[in-house]
Design a protein around this ligand. Structure first.
Ligand SMILES: NC(=O)c1ccc[n+]([C@@H]2O[C@H](COP(=O)([O-])OP(=O)(O)OC[C@H]3O[C@@H](n4cnc5c(N)ncnc54)[C@H](O)[C@@H]3O)[C@@H](O)[C@H]2O)c1
Length: 266
């Protein structure tokens, strides 16, 4: 579907949060195929172990750490262990996230609103801070996973939109704060990506809300969503990973504070 530019990440190490999920896994494959060592962090230890096993084919070093990004303690411990094992971390893909419930603003539950902010905002902050403290000495590159929902607020996704707008804001501020240390900070904002868990979940849950914006039939919701983006198809997980590889690569050496949209358009 898309040509793969070849970057050499030989001798470099990338830490990926949400490394057991669809986008984290695809990005781990992409970087391992370009010779990077891989550090995966996720809540889901069993799925992370499966990804680590898949990565064995590339013959790079791979480590996994069970970690809840909502806990700064967990994040700091995982960073310390990874640094002890690999010496340094060159790239951080700050990607763990949760989509939240789908319902209208007047009905949005407070506990789920808080959960989304804890994972997508505080979690991203903890990882960003740990990465920045480590990279202050030798520079590096960070990519935060935002979303097209952080550019245009979609219906029925109040908490998710709030959290992803926040990720883009943190990206812009961190890019300015960390530039003096030679640390670049960018965001990546996937729109409709699939097949995958989030794509299936969002079409089913948007249909279930029964709002004026989408059909109540998930198959029709899929078509409505696809018809709203310029390329008139889903983006693949590999196309997201390719964007991350570009943002980390030396070709992007003057790019910071940028939000790479893949590909919105409503
Ligand atoms: N797939 C899409 O269509 C899409 C579109 C836009 C943005 N995104 C964003 O991309 C990122 C990755 O999503 P995905 O599609 O791979 O989803 P996914 O659900 O497959 O992966 C998310 C991963 O994050 C992990 N996670 C959740 N909470 C955590 C926590 N507290 N600590 C550590 N790990 C935690 C999960 O265990 C999971 O492995 C998310 O930030 C998501 O919001 C996805």
């Amino acid at each position: 579907m898309s040509a793969k530019a070849s970057y050499s990440f030989e001798g470099k190490t990338i830490l990926i949060t949400g490394g057991a999920g669809d986008i984290g896994r695809a990005t781990a494959h992409r970087f391992a195929s370009d010779r990077a060592n891989i550090v995966l962090l996720d809540l889901n230890a069993a799925k992370m172990a499966d990804v680590a096993q898949e990565l064995a084919q590339y013959k790079v070093s791979v480590a996994t750490f069970s970690c809840d990004v909502t806990s700064s303690d967990d994040v700091n411990k995982a960073f310390a262990s990874a640094i002890e094992q690999f010496g340094r971390i060159d790239y951080v893909f700050n990607n763990a996230g949760y989509q939240g419930l789908f319902t209208t603003t007047d009905e949005y539950p407070e506990d789920d609103f808080q959960k989304v902010l804890d994972i997508n905002v505080a979690g991203v902050f903890h990882v960003l801070k740990a990465a920045a403290q480590h990279m202050r000495e030798s520079g590096g590159a960070i990519a935060n996973t935002a979303s097209y929902a952080g550019v245009v607020g979609p219906p029925n996704m109040l908490a998710y939109a709030a959290s992803k707008f926040a990720v883009i804001g943190m990206t812009q501020t961190a890019a300015k704060d960390l530039a003096p240390y030679g640390i670049r900070v960018n965001a990546i904002s996937p729109a409709l990506i699939g097949p995958g868990m989030m794509w299936t979940r969002q079409t089913e849950l948007q249909a279930a809300v029964g709002s004026q914006y989408f059909s109540s039939n998930p198959k029709q919701v899929e078509q409505q969503m696809i018809d709203s983006v310029p390329m008139r198809r889903l983006g693949s997980l590999e196309e997201v990973a390719n964007g991350v590889a570009f943002l980390m690569s030396d070709e992007a050496s003057y790019i910071t504070g940028f939000n790479l949209e893949i590909t919105g358009g409503q």
